[in-house]
Design a protein. Sequence first.
Length: 558
Amino acid sequence: MTTEKRPKEGDFLEVFQEVTRLISMVHDPQQVMDLVVRRLPGLLEVDAATIRLLDSGTSTFVLGAACGVSDEYLSRTTIDSSEVMSALMRGLPIAKTGIDLHCDHDGCAFISREGVKGTLSLPILFKGDVIGLLRLLTKNTREFSEAEIAFAMSLAEQVGVAISNSRLFQEMENQVNFFRELREISRLVNSTLDLDRILKTIVEKLPGITGVKGCTIRLLHPATNRLELAAASGLSEEYLYRGSISREDSIFKVLKGEPVSIYDAQNDPRVDYHEAIKKEGIRSILAIPISNESEIIGVLRLLSTEPHFFTAMEINFAVTVAEEGGNAIQKARTYRKITLLFNQIEEHERFLQTILDSLWMQLLVVDPDKRVIMVNKHFLETNSCTEAETLGRLYKFVSPWQTQDTSVSPIATVLTERKPLTVLARLDAETGPQWFERHLAPILDNDGTVSFVVEAVRDITDQKLLEQEKMERMKLQGVIEMAGTAAHELNSPLFAALGTAQLLRDDLPTEEMVEEMDMIIRNMKTMSDLTRKMTAVTGFESREYVGETKIVTLKTEE
Protein backbone atom coordinates (compact mmCIF):
# COMPACT_ATOMS: atom_id res chain seq x y z
CA MET A 1 0.00 0.00 0.00
CA THR A 2 2.70 2.43 1.03
CA THR A 3 5.02 1.40 -1.78
CA GLU A 4 2.25 2.02 -4.39
CA LYS A 5 1.41 5.47 -3.03
CA ARG A 6 4.91 6.93 -3.04
CA PRO A 7 5.51 6.61 -6.78
CA LYS A 8 2.10 8.23 -7.50
CA GLU A 9 2.75 11.15 -5.19
CA GLY A 10 6.21 11.43 -6.64
CA ASP A 11 4.76 11.62 -10.14
CA PHE A 12 2.33 14.30 -9.04
CA LEU A 13 5.10 16.27 -7.43
CA GLU A 14 7.24 15.98 -10.51
CA VAL A 15 4.38 17.04 -12.75
CA PHE A 16 3.48 19.88 -10.38
CA GLN A 17 7.05 21.16 -10.38
CA GLU A 18 7.34 20.87 -14.14
CA VAL A 19 4.08 22.70 -14.80
CA THR A 20 4.72 25.43 -12.24
CA ARG A 21 8.25 25.85 -13.52
CA LEU A 22 7.01 26.17 -17.09
CA ILE A 23 4.19 28.57 -16.32
CA SER A 24 6.49 30.69 -14.16
CA MET A 25 8.71 31.21 -17.20
CA VAL A 26 5.87 32.65 -19.27
CA HIS A 27 4.29 36.01 -18.57
CA ASP A 28 1.66 36.08 -21.30
CA PRO A 29 -1.72 34.80 -19.95
CA GLN A 30 -2.62 33.30 -23.31
CA GLN A 31 0.67 31.43 -23.51
CA VAL A 32 0.14 30.15 -19.96
CA MET A 33 -3.31 28.82 -20.81
CA ASP A 34 -2.11 27.24 -24.07
CA LEU A 35 0.78 25.58 -22.23
CA VAL A 36 -1.47 24.10 -19.52
CA VAL A 37 -4.08 22.62 -21.88
CA ARG A 38 -1.34 21.08 -24.04
CA ARG A 39 0.60 19.49 -21.18
CA LEU A 40 -2.11 18.31 -18.79
CA PRO A 41 -3.79 15.62 -20.97
CA GLY A 42 -0.54 13.63 -21.21
CA LEU A 43 0.43 14.19 -17.59
CA LEU A 44 -2.94 13.17 -16.10
CA GLU A 45 -3.86 10.58 -18.73
CA VAL A 46 -6.94 12.39 -20.07
CA ASP A 47 -8.00 13.09 -23.65
CA ALA A 48 -8.56 16.82 -23.58
CA ALA A 49 -8.33 19.95 -21.47
CA THR A 50 -10.04 23.32 -21.65
CA ILE A 51 -9.73 26.60 -19.80
CA ARG A 52 -12.56 29.05 -19.67
CA LEU A 53 -12.24 32.48 -18.07
CA LEU A 54 -14.97 34.41 -16.33
CA ASP A 55 -16.25 37.44 -18.27
CA SER A 56 -17.39 39.75 -15.50
CA GLY A 57 -19.39 41.82 -17.96
CA THR A 58 -21.79 38.97 -18.81
CA SER A 59 -21.08 36.63 -15.84
CA THR A 60 -20.36 33.85 -18.34
CA PHE A 61 -17.32 31.69 -19.02
CA VAL A 62 -15.66 32.27 -22.37
CA LEU A 63 -13.09 30.01 -23.97
CA GLY A 64 -9.51 30.84 -23.09
CA ALA A 65 -7.65 27.77 -24.40
CA ALA A 66 -8.41 24.20 -25.44
CA CYS A 67 -6.67 21.06 -26.64
CA GLY A 68 -8.08 17.70 -27.82
CA VAL A 69 -11.68 18.72 -28.57
CA SER A 70 -13.53 19.94 -31.67
CA ASP A 71 -14.66 23.48 -32.35
CA GLU A 72 -18.24 22.23 -32.49
CA TYR A 73 -18.00 20.93 -28.92
CA LEU A 74 -16.39 24.15 -27.74
CA SER A 75 -19.10 26.30 -29.33
CA ARG A 76 -21.91 24.84 -27.22
CA THR A 77 -23.83 27.32 -25.09
CA THR A 78 -24.15 25.28 -21.87
CA ILE A 79 -20.89 24.15 -20.29
CA ASP A 80 -22.38 21.79 -17.73
CA SER A 81 -25.42 21.27 -15.57
CA SER A 82 -26.57 24.03 -13.20
CA GLU A 83 -25.62 21.78 -10.25
CA VAL A 84 -22.02 21.47 -11.42
CA MET A 85 -21.73 25.16 -12.28
CA SER A 86 -23.12 26.15 -8.89
CA ALA A 87 -20.53 24.00 -7.09
CA LEU A 88 -17.73 25.40 -9.22
CA MET A 89 -18.77 28.95 -8.43
CA ARG A 90 -18.51 28.05 -4.74
CA GLY A 91 -14.90 26.99 -5.36
CA LEU A 92 -15.52 23.21 -5.28
CA PRO A 93 -14.05 20.72 -7.79
CA ILE A 94 -16.49 18.27 -9.42
CA ALA A 95 -15.60 14.88 -10.97
CA LYS A 96 -18.25 13.05 -12.99
CA THR A 97 -18.32 9.85 -15.02
CA GLY A 98 -20.90 8.45 -17.41
CA ILE A 99 -21.97 11.90 -18.51
CA ASP A 100 -22.80 10.52 -21.94
CA LEU A 101 -25.49 8.36 -20.30
CA HIS A 102 -26.72 10.69 -17.60
CA CYS A 103 -27.09 14.19 -19.07
CA ASP A 104 -29.68 16.73 -17.97
CA HIS A 105 -28.84 19.86 -19.96
CA ASP A 106 -28.97 21.09 -23.57
CA GLY A 107 -25.34 20.22 -24.30
CA CYS A 108 -25.95 16.46 -24.34
CA ALA A 109 -25.87 16.15 -28.13
CA PHE A 110 -22.45 17.82 -28.26
CA ILE A 111 -21.15 15.49 -25.54
CA SER A 112 -22.46 12.43 -27.39
CA ARG A 113 -20.93 13.43 -30.73
CA GLU A 114 -17.61 14.25 -29.06
CA GLY A 115 -17.55 10.90 -27.21
CA VAL A 116 -16.80 12.44 -23.80
CA LYS A 117 -17.59 10.05 -20.93
CA GLY A 118 -16.02 11.70 -17.89
CA THR A 119 -14.98 15.16 -16.70
CA LEU A 120 -13.07 16.74 -13.90
CA SER A 121 -14.12 20.39 -13.50
CA LEU A 122 -11.98 22.64 -11.33
CA PRO A 123 -12.43 26.27 -10.38
CA ILE A 124 -9.47 28.54 -11.09
CA LEU A 125 -9.15 30.70 -8.03
CA PHE A 126 -7.20 33.80 -7.18
CA LYS A 127 -7.46 35.29 -3.71
CA GLY A 128 -10.63 33.33 -3.07
CA ASP A 129 -12.44 34.48 -6.22
CA VAL A 130 -13.30 32.27 -9.18
CA ILE A 131 -11.62 33.69 -12.28
CA GLY A 132 -12.04 30.68 -14.56
CA LEU A 133 -12.58 26.94 -15.03
CA LEU A 134 -10.13 24.14 -15.81
CA ARG A 135 -11.82 21.05 -17.25
CA LEU A 136 -10.23 17.70 -17.98
CA LEU A 137 -12.16 15.39 -20.32
CA THR A 138 -11.78 11.68 -20.89
CA LYS A 139 -13.32 9.52 -23.58
CA ASN A 140 -13.10 6.33 -21.57
CA THR A 141 -14.82 5.33 -18.40
CA ARG A 142 -12.62 6.18 -15.47
CA GLU A 143 -12.90 7.74 -12.08
CA PHE A 144 -10.65 10.40 -10.66
CA SER A 145 -9.13 9.57 -7.29
CA GLU A 146 -9.08 12.02 -4.43
CA ALA A 147 -5.34 12.38 -4.91
CA GLU A 148 -5.80 13.24 -8.59
CA ILE A 149 -8.54 15.69 -7.77
CA ALA A 150 -6.44 17.31 -5.04
CA PHE A 151 -3.46 17.50 -7.35
CA ALA A 152 -5.54 18.95 -10.21
CA MET A 153 -7.06 21.43 -7.79
CA SER A 154 -3.62 22.52 -6.65
CA LEU A 155 -2.56 22.79 -10.22
CA ALA A 156 -5.65 24.85 -11.08
CA GLU A 157 -4.81 27.20 -8.23
CA GLN A 158 -1.31 27.54 -9.62
CA VAL A 159 -2.79 28.25 -13.01
CA GLY A 160 -4.91 30.98 -11.38
CA VAL A 161 -1.83 32.43 -9.68
CA ALA A 162 0.15 32.17 -12.89
CA ILE A 163 -2.58 33.85 -14.94
CA SER A 164 -3.05 36.59 -12.36
CA ASN A 165 0.71 37.07 -11.96
CA SER A 166 1.23 37.15 -15.68
CA ARG A 167 -1.55 39.69 -15.99
CA LEU A 168 0.01 41.73 -13.20
CA PHE A 169 3.45 41.49 -14.76
CA GLN A 170 2.10 42.48 -18.13
CA GLU A 171 0.15 45.34 -16.60
CA MET A 172 3.24 46.61 -14.79
CA GLU A 173 5.21 46.35 -18.00
CA ASN A 174 2.44 48.03 -19.92
CA GLN A 175 2.00 50.71 -17.30
CA VAL A 176 5.35 52.27 -18.10
CA ASN A 177 4.62 52.10 -21.83
CA PHE A 178 1.11 53.41 -21.30
CA PHE A 179 2.31 56.41 -19.32
CA ARG A 180 4.86 57.21 -22.01
CA GLU A 181 2.39 56.75 -24.84
CA LEU A 182 -0.34 58.62 -22.97
CA ARG A 183 1.97 61.58 -22.60
CA GLU A 184 2.77 61.46 -26.31
CA ILE A 185 -0.88 61.13 -27.35
CA SER A 186 -1.85 63.93 -24.97
CA ARG A 187 0.85 66.15 -26.45
CA LEU A 188 -0.26 65.39 -29.99
CA VAL A 189 -4.01 65.84 -29.52
CA ASN A 190 -3.55 69.03 -27.52
CA SER A 191 -1.05 70.52 -29.96
CA THR A 192 -3.69 71.18 -32.60
CA LEU A 193 -7.27 72.40 -32.95
CA ASP A 194 -7.76 70.44 -36.17
CA LEU A 195 -10.52 67.92 -35.36
CA ASP A 196 -9.63 65.51 -38.18
CA ARG A 197 -5.98 65.45 -37.11
CA ILE A 198 -6.92 64.72 -33.48
CA LEU A 199 -9.16 61.81 -34.48
CA LYS A 200 -6.56 60.42 -36.87
CA THR A 201 -3.84 60.58 -34.18
CA ILE A 202 -5.95 58.58 -31.71
CA VAL A 203 -7.09 55.81 -34.09
CA GLU A 204 -3.61 55.35 -35.53
CA LYS A 205 -1.72 55.41 -32.23
CA LEU A 206 -3.89 53.20 -30.01
CA PRO A 207 -3.77 49.90 -31.98
CA GLY A 208 0.03 49.83 -31.92
CA ILE A 209 0.14 50.58 -28.19
CA THR A 210 -2.48 48.02 -27.13
CA GLY A 211 -1.57 45.36 -29.69
CA VAL A 212 -4.94 45.18 -31.42
CA LYS A 213 -6.00 45.15 -35.07
CA GLY A 214 -7.94 48.36 -35.33
CA CYS A 215 -9.64 51.29 -33.69
CA THR A 216 -12.78 53.27 -34.44
CA ILE A 217 -14.22 56.53 -33.14
CA ARG A 218 -17.89 57.31 -33.48
CA LEU A 219 -19.18 60.69 -32.34
CA LEU A 220 -22.71 61.69 -31.42
CA HIS A 221 -24.11 64.14 -33.93
CA PRO A 222 -25.25 67.24 -32.00
CA ALA A 223 -28.46 67.58 -34.02
CA THR A 224 -29.60 63.93 -34.32
CA ASN A 225 -27.81 62.43 -31.28
CA ARG A 226 -26.87 59.45 -33.49
CA LEU A 227 -23.45 57.84 -33.57
CA GLU A 228 -21.59 58.61 -36.77
CA LEU A 229 -18.24 57.14 -37.82
CA ALA A 230 -15.63 59.89 -37.48
CA ALA A 231 -12.30 58.01 -37.81
CA ALA A 232 -10.98 54.45 -38.11
CA SER A 233 -7.81 52.45 -38.73
CA GLY A 234 -6.94 48.80 -39.45
CA LEU A 235 -10.44 47.79 -40.59
CA SER A 236 -12.05 47.20 -43.99
CA GLU A 237 -14.57 49.56 -45.52
CA GLU A 238 -17.07 46.70 -45.70
CA TYR A 239 -16.87 46.16 -41.94
CA LEU A 240 -16.91 49.86 -41.07
CA TYR A 241 -20.10 50.47 -43.05
CA ARG A 242 -21.91 47.25 -42.10
CA GLY A 243 -24.72 49.24 -40.48
CA SER A 244 -25.66 51.19 -37.37
CA ILE A 245 -24.41 49.96 -33.99
CA SER A 246 -26.54 52.37 -31.98
CA ARG A 247 -28.90 49.60 -30.79
CA GLU A 248 -26.22 47.25 -29.49
CA ASP A 249 -26.44 46.51 -25.77
CA SER A 250 -22.77 47.29 -25.38
CA ILE A 251 -23.30 50.75 -26.89
CA PHE A 252 -26.15 51.49 -24.46
CA LYS A 253 -23.83 50.74 -21.55
CA VAL A 254 -20.97 52.73 -23.01
CA LEU A 255 -23.19 55.76 -23.57
CA LYS A 256 -24.06 55.57 -19.87
CA GLY A 257 -20.34 55.99 -19.13
CA GLU A 258 -19.32 52.34 -18.58
CA PRO A 259 -16.43 50.67 -20.44
CA VAL A 260 -17.43 47.31 -21.97
CA SER A 261 -14.94 44.50 -22.59
CA ILE A 262 -16.11 41.73 -24.93
CA TYR A 263 -13.91 38.64 -25.04
CA ASP A 264 -15.86 36.49 -27.52
CA ALA A 265 -17.16 39.11 -29.95
CA GLN A 266 -18.21 36.53 -32.54
CA ASN A 267 -20.84 35.07 -30.20
CA ASP A 268 -21.47 37.69 -27.52
CA PRO A 269 -25.10 38.92 -27.59
CA ARG A 270 -24.04 42.42 -26.56
CA VAL A 271 -22.86 43.12 -30.12
CA ASP A 272 -24.62 42.75 -33.49
CA TYR A 273 -23.38 41.77 -36.96
CA HIS A 274 -21.69 38.53 -35.82
CA GLU A 275 -21.18 37.37 -39.42
CA ALA A 276 -19.41 40.62 -40.30
CA ILE A 277 -17.29 40.28 -37.15
CA LYS A 278 -16.29 36.72 -38.11
CA LYS A 279 -15.52 37.76 -41.69
CA GLU A 280 -13.29 40.57 -40.42
CA GLY A 281 -11.55 38.10 -38.06
CA ILE A 282 -12.33 40.08 -34.91
CA ARG A 283 -12.30 38.09 -31.67
CA SER A 284 -12.36 40.66 -28.84
CA ILE A 285 -13.63 44.24 -28.50
CA LEU A 286 -13.14 46.98 -25.94
CA ALA A 287 -15.65 49.84 -26.07
CA ILE A 288 -14.90 53.07 -24.18
CA PRO A 289 -17.03 56.20 -23.74
CA ILE A 290 -15.53 59.43 -25.09
CA SER A 291 -16.46 62.30 -22.83
CA ASN A 292 -15.59 65.91 -22.27
CA GLU A 293 -15.87 67.64 -18.93
CA SER A 294 -19.67 67.54 -18.89
CA GLU A 295 -21.08 64.86 -21.19
CA ILE A 296 -20.45 61.77 -23.31
CA ILE A 297 -19.85 62.75 -26.92
CA GLY A 298 -18.93 59.44 -28.56
CA VAL A 299 -17.57 55.89 -28.42
CA LEU A 300 -14.04 54.57 -28.94
CA ARG A 301 -13.62 50.87 -29.80
CA LEU A 302 -10.50 48.71 -29.89
CA LEU A 303 -10.78 45.50 -31.93
CA SER A 304 -8.45 42.50 -31.64
CA THR A 305 -8.03 39.56 -34.03
CA GLU A 306 -6.83 37.41 -31.11
CA PRO A 307 -8.90 36.44 -28.06
CA HIS A 308 -7.90 39.08 -25.58
CA PHE A 309 -8.92 39.81 -22.02
CA PHE A 310 -8.49 43.54 -21.63
CA THR A 311 -6.88 44.13 -18.26
CA ALA A 312 -7.85 46.84 -15.83
CA MET A 313 -4.68 48.68 -16.77
CA GLU A 314 -5.51 48.54 -20.49
CA ILE A 315 -9.05 49.68 -19.83
CA ASN A 316 -7.89 52.55 -17.61
CA PHE A 317 -5.37 53.57 -20.25
CA ALA A 318 -8.01 53.56 -22.98
CA VAL A 319 -10.40 55.50 -20.72
CA THR A 320 -7.72 58.13 -20.04
CA VAL A 321 -6.92 58.45 -23.73
CA ALA A 322 -10.64 58.76 -24.49
CA GLU A 323 -10.98 61.51 -21.87
CA GLU A 324 -7.96 63.38 -23.23
CA GLY A 325 -9.29 62.89 -26.73
CA GLY A 326 -12.78 63.96 -25.66
CA ASN A 327 -11.53 67.24 -24.24
CA ALA A 328 -9.37 67.84 -27.31
CA ILE A 329 -12.30 66.97 -29.61
CA GLN A 330 -14.56 69.37 -27.75
CA LYS A 331 -11.95 72.12 -28.00
CA ALA A 332 -11.54 71.41 -31.72
CA ARG A 333 -15.31 71.45 -32.21
CA THR A 334 -15.58 74.71 -30.30
CA TYR A 335 -12.71 76.17 -32.34
CA ARG A 336 -14.41 74.99 -35.53
CA LYS A 337 -17.67 76.65 -34.44
CA ILE A 338 -15.82 79.84 -33.49
CA THR A 339 -13.97 79.82 -36.81
CA LEU A 340 -17.24 79.31 -38.67
CA LEU A 341 -18.85 82.06 -36.62
CA PHE A 342 -15.97 84.43 -37.32
CA ASN A 343 -16.17 83.59 -41.02
CA GLN A 344 -19.88 84.34 -40.95
CA ILE A 345 -19.26 87.57 -39.05
CA GLU A 346 -16.54 88.56 -41.51
CA GLU A 347 -18.86 87.73 -44.39
CA HIS A 348 -21.62 89.80 -42.81
CA GLU A 349 -19.16 92.62 -42.18
CA ARG A 350 -18.02 92.50 -45.81
CA PHE A 351 -21.65 92.52 -46.92
CA LEU A 352 -22.46 95.39 -44.56
CA GLN A 353 -19.34 97.29 -45.61
CA THR A 354 -20.30 96.86 -49.25
CA ILE A 355 -23.71 98.32 -48.52
CA LEU A 356 -22.22 101.17 -46.51
CA ASP A 357 -19.66 101.94 -49.21
CA SER A 358 -22.43 102.12 -51.78
CA LEU A 359 -24.20 104.89 -49.84
CA TRP A 360 -23.63 108.37 -51.24
CA MET A 361 -23.23 109.86 -47.78
CA GLN A 362 -20.53 109.84 -45.13
CA LEU A 363 -21.13 107.25 -42.41
CA LEU A 364 -19.43 106.51 -39.08
CA VAL A 365 -20.14 103.95 -36.34
CA VAL A 366 -19.09 104.98 -32.81
CA ASP A 367 -18.93 102.79 -29.66
CA PRO A 368 -20.00 103.90 -26.14
CA ASP A 369 -16.41 105.02 -25.48
CA LYS A 370 -16.80 107.45 -28.37
CA ARG A 371 -14.27 105.63 -30.51
CA VAL A 372 -14.83 105.16 -34.22
CA ILE A 373 -15.15 101.45 -35.10
CA MET A 374 -16.37 101.66 -38.69
CA VAL A 375 -16.45 104.18 -41.53
CA ASN A 376 -17.51 103.88 -45.12
CA LYS A 377 -15.53 104.53 -48.28
CA HIS A 378 -17.24 107.83 -49.00
CA PHE A 379 -16.11 109.26 -45.65
CA LEU A 380 -12.51 108.21 -46.25
CA GLU A 381 -12.43 109.64 -49.76
CA THR A 382 -14.14 112.89 -48.81
CA ASN A 383 -11.82 113.54 -45.88
CA SER A 384 -8.68 112.14 -47.58
CA CYS A 385 -7.87 109.62 -44.83
CA THR A 386 -7.42 105.86 -44.37
CA GLU A 387 -9.00 103.27 -42.08
CA ALA A 388 -5.73 102.94 -40.16
CA GLU A 389 -5.84 106.68 -39.43
CA THR A 390 -9.50 106.55 -38.42
CA LEU A 391 -10.57 103.31 -36.72
CA GLY A 392 -10.04 103.13 -32.98
CA ARG A 393 -9.53 106.87 -32.58
CA LEU A 394 -11.76 109.12 -30.48
CA TYR A 395 -14.66 110.59 -32.41
CA LYS A 396 -13.63 114.20 -31.64
CA PHE A 397 -10.33 113.65 -33.47
CA VAL A 398 -11.99 112.08 -36.50
CA SER A 399 -15.20 114.00 -37.08
CA PRO A 400 -14.77 117.10 -39.29
CA TRP A 401 -18.10 118.38 -37.94
CA GLN A 402 -17.07 118.49 -34.27
CA THR A 403 -17.75 121.94 -32.82
CA GLN A 404 -15.63 123.78 -30.32
CA ASP A 405 -18.31 123.41 -27.68
CA THR A 406 -17.97 119.70 -26.76
CA SER A 407 -20.64 120.04 -24.05
CA VAL A 408 -23.33 119.94 -26.74
CA SER A 409 -21.83 117.07 -28.75
CA PRO A 410 -24.61 115.24 -30.62
CA ILE A 411 -22.84 111.92 -29.97
CA ALA A 412 -22.93 112.52 -26.21
CA THR A 413 -26.62 113.50 -26.45
CA VAL A 414 -27.57 110.30 -28.28
CA LEU A 415 -25.55 108.14 -25.85
CA THR A 416 -27.30 109.79 -22.92
CA GLU A 417 -30.86 110.11 -24.19
CA ARG A 418 -30.80 106.94 -26.36
CA LYS A 419 -32.90 108.68 -29.02
CA PRO A 420 -32.21 109.57 -32.68
CA LEU A 421 -31.06 113.09 -33.38
CA THR A 422 -30.77 115.25 -36.51
CA VAL A 423 -28.35 118.20 -36.59
CA LEU A 424 -27.72 120.86 -39.26
CA ALA A 425 -24.02 121.78 -39.28
CA ARG A 426 -22.30 124.70 -41.06
CA LEU A 427 -18.58 124.69 -41.80
CA ASP A 428 -16.59 127.61 -43.16
CA ALA A 429 -14.22 126.40 -45.85
CA GLU A 430 -11.87 128.23 -48.20
CA THR A 431 -14.33 127.80 -51.03
CA GLY A 432 -17.17 129.17 -48.93
CA PRO A 433 -19.61 127.91 -46.34
CA GLN A 434 -20.58 124.22 -46.39
CA TRP A 435 -23.74 122.76 -44.94
CA PHE A 436 -24.17 119.19 -43.62
CA GLU A 437 -27.23 117.30 -42.42
CA ARG A 438 -26.20 114.87 -39.63
CA HIS A 439 -28.50 111.97 -38.64
CA LEU A 440 -27.42 110.13 -35.46
CA ALA A 441 -29.22 106.94 -34.38
CA PRO A 442 -28.49 104.69 -31.36
CA ILE A 443 -28.25 100.88 -31.68
CA LEU A 444 -29.63 99.36 -28.46
CA ASP A 445 -29.00 95.91 -26.98
CA ASN A 446 -31.64 93.73 -25.27
CA ASP A 447 -31.18 95.66 -22.02
CA GLY A 448 -31.80 99.01 -23.69
CA THR A 449 -28.15 100.05 -23.42
CA VAL A 450 -26.56 101.86 -26.34
CA SER A 451 -24.14 99.51 -28.07
CA PHE A 452 -23.27 101.80 -30.99
CA VAL A 453 -24.20 105.12 -32.51
CA VAL A 454 -24.52 105.32 -36.29
CA GLU A 455 -23.99 108.77 -37.82
CA ALA A 456 -24.98 109.38 -41.42
CA VAL A 457 -23.89 112.75 -42.85
CA ARG A 458 -25.18 114.27 -46.09
CA ASP A 459 -23.63 117.32 -47.78
CA ILE A 460 -26.53 119.71 -48.45
CA THR A 461 -24.44 122.74 -49.46
CA ASP A 462 -25.82 122.77 -53.01
CA GLN A 463 -29.33 122.38 -51.67
CA LYS A 464 -28.77 125.19 -49.20
CA LEU A 465 -27.40 127.51 -51.92
CA LEU A 466 -30.34 126.67 -54.15
CA GLU A 467 -32.72 127.51 -51.33
CA GLN A 468 -30.95 130.84 -50.74
CA GLU A 469 -31.03 131.68 -54.43
CA LYS A 470 -34.69 130.77 -54.56
CA MET A 471 -35.39 133.10 -51.65
CA GLU A 472 -33.51 135.90 -53.36
CA ARG A 473 -35.42 135.30 -56.58
CA MET A 474 -38.67 135.39 -54.71
CA LYS A 475 -37.67 138.68 -53.08
CA LEU A 476 -36.63 140.26 -56.39
CA GLN A 477 -39.77 138.98 -58.05
CA GLY A 478 -41.78 140.76 -55.40
CA VAL A 479 -39.80 143.94 -56.00
CA ILE A 480 -40.41 143.68 -59.76
CA GLU A 481 -44.11 143.16 -59.29
CA MET A 482 -44.24 146.09 -56.86
CA ALA A 483 -42.25 148.26 -59.32
CA GLY A 484 -44.66 147.38 -62.09
CA THR A 485 -47.59 148.35 -59.95
CA ALA A 486 -45.93 151.60 -58.94
CA ALA A 487 -45.09 152.40 -62.57
CA HIS A 488 -48.68 151.78 -63.61
CA GLU A 489 -49.91 154.08 -60.88
CA LEU A 490 -47.41 156.80 -61.91
CA ASN A 491 -48.23 156.66 -65.62
CA SER A 492 -51.65 158.33 -65.40
CA PRO A 493 -50.64 161.49 -63.50
CA LEU A 494 -47.36 161.60 -65.45
CA PHE A 495 -49.14 161.63 -68.83
CA ALA A 496 -51.56 164.31 -67.57
CA ALA A 497 -48.69 166.44 -66.30
CA LEU A 498 -46.80 165.97 -69.58
CA GLY A 499 -49.81 167.15 -71.62
CA THR A 500 -50.35 170.15 -69.42
CA ALA A 501 -46.66 171.06 -69.63
CA GLN A 502 -46.72 170.91 -73.44
CA LEU A 503 -49.78 173.19 -73.52
CA LEU A 504 -48.23 175.66 -71.13
CA ARG A 505 -44.99 175.78 -73.21
CA ASP A 506 -46.78 177.37 -76.10
CA ASP A 507 -48.14 180.19 -73.88
CA LEU A 508 -44.86 181.06 -72.12
CA PRO A 509 -43.79 184.66 -72.76
CA THR A 510 -40.02 184.39 -72.60
CA GLU A 511 -37.48 182.19 -74.26
CA GLU A 512 -35.86 181.39 -70.91
CA MET A 513 -39.10 180.07 -69.52
CA VAL A 514 -39.60 177.95 -72.68
CA GLU A 515 -36.18 176.35 -72.20
CA GLU A 516 -36.96 175.48 -68.58
CA MET A 517 -40.29 173.99 -69.61
CA ASP A 518 -38.55 171.94 -72.31
CA MET A 519 -36.20 170.57 -69.64
CA ILE A 520 -39.21 169.64 -67.50
CA ILE A 521 -40.87 168.00 -70.48
CA ARG A 522 -37.69 166.00 -71.28
CA ASN A 523 -37.43 164.75 -67.67
CA MET A 524 -41.06 163.80 -67.67
CA LYS A 525 -40.57 161.87 -70.91
CA THR A 526 -37.53 160.11 -69.31
CA MET A 527 -39.69 159.15 -66.33
CA SER A 528 -42.33 157.95 -68.75
CA ASP A 529 -39.77 155.73 -70.51
CA LEU A 530 -38.65 154.36 -67.14
CA THR A 531 -42.18 153.52 -66.01
CA ARG A 532 -42.80 151.89 -69.37
CA LYS A 533 -39.69 149.75 -68.88
CA MET A 534 -40.76 148.91 -65.32
CA THR A 535 -44.11 147.60 -66.52
CA ALA A 536 -42.35 145.59 -69.23
CA VAL A 537 -39.85 143.80 -66.89
CA THR A 538 -40.04 139.92 -67.23
CA GLY A 539 -36.98 138.83 -65.20
CA PHE A 540 -33.55 139.68 -63.98
CA GLU A 541 -29.92 138.58 -63.94
CA SER A 542 -27.67 138.73 -60.86
CA ARG A 543 -23.89 138.98 -60.98
CA GLU A 544 -21.15 139.40 -58.37
CA TYR A 545 -19.85 142.88 -57.80
CA VAL A 546 -17.67 143.74 -54.76
CA GLY A 547 -17.62 141.59 -51.59
CA GLU A 548 -21.09 140.25 -51.08
CA THR A 549 -22.65 143.03 -53.24
CA LYS A 550 -24.51 141.93 -56.38
CA ILE A 551 -25.76 143.88 -59.41
CA VAL A 552 -29.20 142.99 -60.82
CA THR A 553 -29.89 143.53 -64.55
CA LEU A 554 -33.58 143.65 -65.50
CA LYS A 555 -34.83 141.80 -68.56
CA THR A 556 -37.62 143.26 -70.70
CA GLU A 557 -39.70 142.13 -73.66
CA GLU A 558 -38.14 143.13 -76.94
